[in-house]
Design a protein around this ligand. Structure first.
Ligand code: NDP
Length: 367
C-alpha cells in the first residue's frame, strides 16, 4: 500500500497510535479538572492536527494548555452564553473557556442555523487558543455545507513597513464538500505560524530566510532573535518589501470579523492562553449549498473543477498538482495505519506532564 506523509519522520520521532495519544491527552486534561466531553474535544483537535501533519498545532501545544488551566487563565467550567441571536447569526461569550470547546459549540450553532435558515454566522468572544482553524470548517463540510473559520491570536507579526508585533498569525480556513475528500484550505496569514518556529527551536535548527525579522527589522534565521523581540512576517512579501501587504490585509480582515465585530479585541491586545484574560475571538460561518445549487450537484461541480485542475499542464519540476487539504488527508490515512510520529523532545515533555498530572507516561522507555 502507498504511504504518504507531509514530512518523513526521522530517528528522532516515535510513532504513537492515535488512540493512545488521544486517551493520554484526555486523561491529562481530566486530571486537572476539564470535564470528560470537553477534554475529548480538545484531544480530538490536537490529535487531528498531528494526524494531518500539522506538528505546530498538535500535542506539542498541550503544555501551554495545562499551564493556562493551572494558572487560572483558562476556565474549565465556562458558562458559554449566547448574548444575541437571530435566525442566521449569533454572538457568543466563551467565558474564557478552552478555545476548542467554545469553537465547537459556536460552529455547531452556525451549522444548526444554516440548516434552518440557509446560512449561519456565529462570532465568539472571550475565548482562548482554538488550535487548527480547519477543525471547525471541516465540521460544516462533513454536513455537506461550506464552512469558514477564523480566529485572532496574540501579536507576533509586523505589518508591512513595520517592525513591531501588532498582528496575530490569524488563520483562515474554508472547507467545501466533494464526493471524495473535502477541499480544505487552512492557513496562517503570516508566512508561517509561531508553532513552526517552536518546532525549529526544539530541534536547534535555523529557520529559513524570509520567515521573520529581528528586533531591528533585519531578516533573521536565528529563532532566538525572533522570540526575543523579533516578529514574523505576513504572507506574500517579495524582494525588499518585507512582509506582504496581502497577508497583512487578510490578517486585519480576520481581526475585523472576529474581535472588532464581536466587541472583543484585536490581535495587538490578545493575550497568551497561559495567562488570564487572553480574550481570543473567533468567527464561524456555515453556508447551506442547497440555497444556491442542489447539494449533489454542488459536489459534482467541485469534483469536476478539481479533476480539471489536476489534469492541467504541470511545470517540469512537478509531478502533480495538489489541492488544499489533500496532503493532510493522505498523511492522516498513513498515520492512522502506522501511528503518529511525535518528536522525541515532545515525548519527553508529555511524559513529564503525564507524571505531574497523574495521567501516567505516554511512552515507556524501550517502547
Ligand atoms: P500550511 O502552509 O502548512 O498549509 C496551508 C494550506 O495550503 C493548507 O490548506 C495545505 O493543505 C495547503 N497546501 C500545502 N501545500 C500545498 C500545495 N502544494 N498545493 C495546494 N495546497 C497546498 O499551513 P500553515 O503553516 O499556514 O498553518 C498551519 C496550521 O496552523 C493551520 O491549521 C492553522 O489553522 C493553524 N494556525 C492556528 C493559529 C491559532 O491561533 N489558532 C494561528 C496560526 C495558524 P494540506 O493540509 O493538505 O497540507
Amino acid at each position: 500500500m502507498n504511504s504518504y506523509e507531509k514530512l518523513s519522520p526521522d530517528k528522532d520521532y516515535v510513532r504513537v497510535p492515535k488512540e493512545r495519544l488521544f486517551s493520554f491527552v484526555v486523561r491529562v486534561l481530566e486530571n486537572i479538572g476539564v470535564p470528560e466531553g470537553d477534554a475529548e474535544i480538545v484531544a480530538d483537535n490536537l490529535v487531528m492536527a498531528d494526524l494531518r501533519g500539522v506538528e505546530s498545532h498538535g500535542v506539542q501545544r498541550l503544555k501551554r494548555y495545562v499551564k493556562g488551566i493551572k494558572s487560572g487563565g483558562v476556565n474549565v467550567h465556562p458558562r458559554i452564553r449566547i448574548l444575541r441571536e437571530g435566525p442566521s447569526y449569533a454572538l457568543v461569550d466563551g467565558d474564557e473557556g478552552l478555545g476548542q470547546v467554545v469553537g465547537r459549540f459556536a460552529m455547531g450553532l452556525a451549522i444548526e442555523k444554516a440548516e434552518r435558515s440557509g446560512i449561519g454566522v456565529v462570532i465568539a468572544r472571550n475565548s482562548n487558543h482554538y488550535g487548527i482553524a480547519g477543525y471547525y470548517s471541516l465540521m460544516a463540510a462533513e454536513r455537506d455545507m461550506i464552512g469558514i473559520s477564523m480566529t485572532n491570536s496574540r501579536p507576533l507579526v509586523a505589518p508591512t513597513g513595520g517592525v513591531e508585533r501588532f498582528l496575530g498569525t490569524n488563520p483562515i480556513s474554508i472547507a467545501a464538500p466533494t464526493h471524495g475528500r473535502p477541499f480544505l484550505l487552512d492557513m496562517a496569514t503570516s508566512i508561517v505560524p509561531i508553532g513552526k518556529l517552536e518546532v525549529y527551536r526544539r530541534k536547534g535548527k535555523p529557520i529559513p530566510e524570509g520567515w521573520a525579522i529581528n528586533e531591528r527589522g533585519e531578516v533573521t534565521t536565528n529563532v532566538r532573535e525572533v522570540f526575543s523581540g523579533g516578529a514574523l512576517l505576513p504572507l506574500g512579501g517579495l524582494g525588499e518589501l518585507l512582509g506582504g501587504h496581502k497577508g497583512y490585509g487578510l490578517s486585519l480582515m480576520v481581526d475585523v470579523l472576529t474581535g472588532v465585530l464581536s466587541g472583543g479585541t484585536w490581535s495587538r491586545h490578545v493575550g497568551n492562553t497561559e495567562e488570564k484574560g487572553s480574550e481570543v475571538d473567533h468567527f464561524f460561518m456555515a453556508i447551506n449549498t442547497g440555497n444556491f445549487t442542489p447539494p449533489e450537484e454542488f459536489k459534482s461541480r467541485m469534483d469536476a473543477m478539481i479533476s480539471e485542475l489536476k489534469a492541467s499542464k504541470k511545470h517540469p519540476h512537478f509531478k502533480r498538482i495538489w489541492v488544499h487539504g489533500e496532503k493532510g488527508f493522505l498523511t492522516m490515512e498513513t498515520r492512522l495505519r502506522l501511528g503518529i510520529p511525535i518528536y522525541a523532545g515532545v515525548i519527553r515533555e508529555l511524559n513529564q506532564i503525564g507524571e505531574e498530572t497523574g495521567a501516567g507516561r505516554l511512552v515507556e522507555e524501550g517502547d
